[in-house]
Ligand binder design. Structure first.
Ligand SMILES: Cc1ncc(COP(=O)(O)O)c(C=O)c1O
Length: 364
């Protein structure tokens, strides 16, 4: 089958590019003695989770219990659930997973830790815990200091839990920004302080989990890190190009669309809007909802749910015709993939294999 036989909009994955992304990250991690635990939130598919393990990943990361269920159901163990899981229903499902697949959880406060502890004791299990520390992201976790130390000591005493180390996420660090280097140095300094507290308290630092896609190849500059969790690196996207984390040739995922209307000489409408791409902007802020492959003068300027409106700009001399297909690199590939039930792996124009995005819409 060729890509021209697929109906649109379609999520296409360039397998050569994706494999190169996986290989490069695996080589980097191995070269720096780091364990690679990719975040599966980007591809949401056990098929690609397995490919990552084949390319040197020591385990996988998920955000939601339902994502962990999807991965575990396909025989993928050694999972890290990097999200503050809350509530009896979720703790109970998590301990069910732990009966068959090794799974650790990153937590940032005592309340969910004691809930999980209760469930672990009830089922006779020991669940590995990473304490999430905030190193500048300002999302979850206490910053290094007394509150963080109080939390880690409390978790260490809870039955059914085994504090294995700590987790941080440097998602705020953009090395293309003027203060990027400073932010990375602050992450390294913050981690050193947090690790110091762990050592003074006699706590385990056997797992120190960090990493992101924009900082992926700088992970060794945060001493003490033992494993990294990049997610977006598998496909990359327009945001990663804007942050200098990759080139256009590293972008493996495109959405193939069809031109369905040419309402004026300067515009074209494609069959994908916010229900195909989502409306995430590029960070740092750049206008437009994606980049049209081979048409850098064309701007993806407006969207409604099922319409994408292109400003043809300088491309008006040879405008795309109704029925013509355009491929678009999305702004933020992780949320775009979550809109599609099937991904098509391609080499050139040939569809080599298609797989279900089994984790899409798994929010619980
Ligand atoms: C906790 C955590 N770890 C790792 C990642 C992966 O980061 P990136 O999207 O930069 O690859 C994310 C992304 O949201 C995350 O939230």
């Amino acid at each position: 089958m060729t890509i021209w036989e697929l109906d649109t909009p379609a999520l296409l994955i360039d397998l050569d590019r994706m494999e190169a992304n996986l290989e490069r990250a695996a080589r980097y991690a191995e070269g720096h003695g780091l364990r690679l635990r990719p975040h599966t939130k980007t591809h949401k598919s056990p098929y690609l989770g397995r490919r990552q393990v084949e390319h040197g990943a020591a385990g996988l990361t998920v955000a939601k219990v339902s994502e962990a269920e999807v991965m575990a159901a396909d025989g993928l163990g050694d999972l890290l659930l990097a999200y503050p899981v809350w509530g009896d229903a979720k703790w109970s499902r998590l301990t069910e997973i732990a009966k068959t697949a090794p799974i650790a959880v990153a937590l940032d406060s005592e309340e969910p830790a004691s809930g999980l502890s209760r469930h672990a004791v009830r089922t006779g299990l020991t669940i590995g815990i990473l304490a999430e520390v905030d190193l500048g992201m300002r999302r979850c976790g206490f910053p290094p200091g007394q509150r963080f130390r109080d939390f880690t000591r409390a978790v260490d005493r809870m039955p059914g839990l085994k504090l294995e180390g700590l987790m941080f996420y440097p998602g705020h660090v953009n090395l293309a920004a003027p203060n990027g280097e400073e932010e990375l140095e602050a992450v390294a300094a913050g981690l050193a302080e947090a690790l110091d507290g762990f050592r003074q308290d006699g706590l385990s630092t056997s797992v120190v989990s960090g990493g992101s896609t924009p900082t992926l190849y700088h992970s060794h500059r945060v001493p003490g890190t033992t494993e990294i969790r990049p997610g977006t690196y598998v496909f990359n996207d327009r945001s990663q190009v804007a942050m200098g984390a990759c080139s256009w040739n590293d972008c493996a995922a495109t959405i193939m669309t069809t031109v369905v209307s040419r309402p004026s000489p300067g515009s074209a409408v494609i069959d994908g809007g916010s229900k195909t791409f989502t409306s995430d902007p590029v960070r740092p802020q750049e206008p437009g909802f994606g980049s049209i492959v081979g048409m850098s003068a064309v701007r993806f300027e407006k969207m409604s749910e099922e319409h994408g409106v292109l400003d043809l700009g300088d491309h008006q001399a040879r405008p795309p015709q109704i029925g013509e297909r355009l491929r678009i690199v999305p702004n933020h590939v992780c949320v775009t993939v979550n809109m599609h039930s099937t991904a098509h792996g391609i080499r050139g124009e040939r569809v080599e294999r298609s797989w279900p995005v089994k984790g899409r819409g798994k929010l619980h």
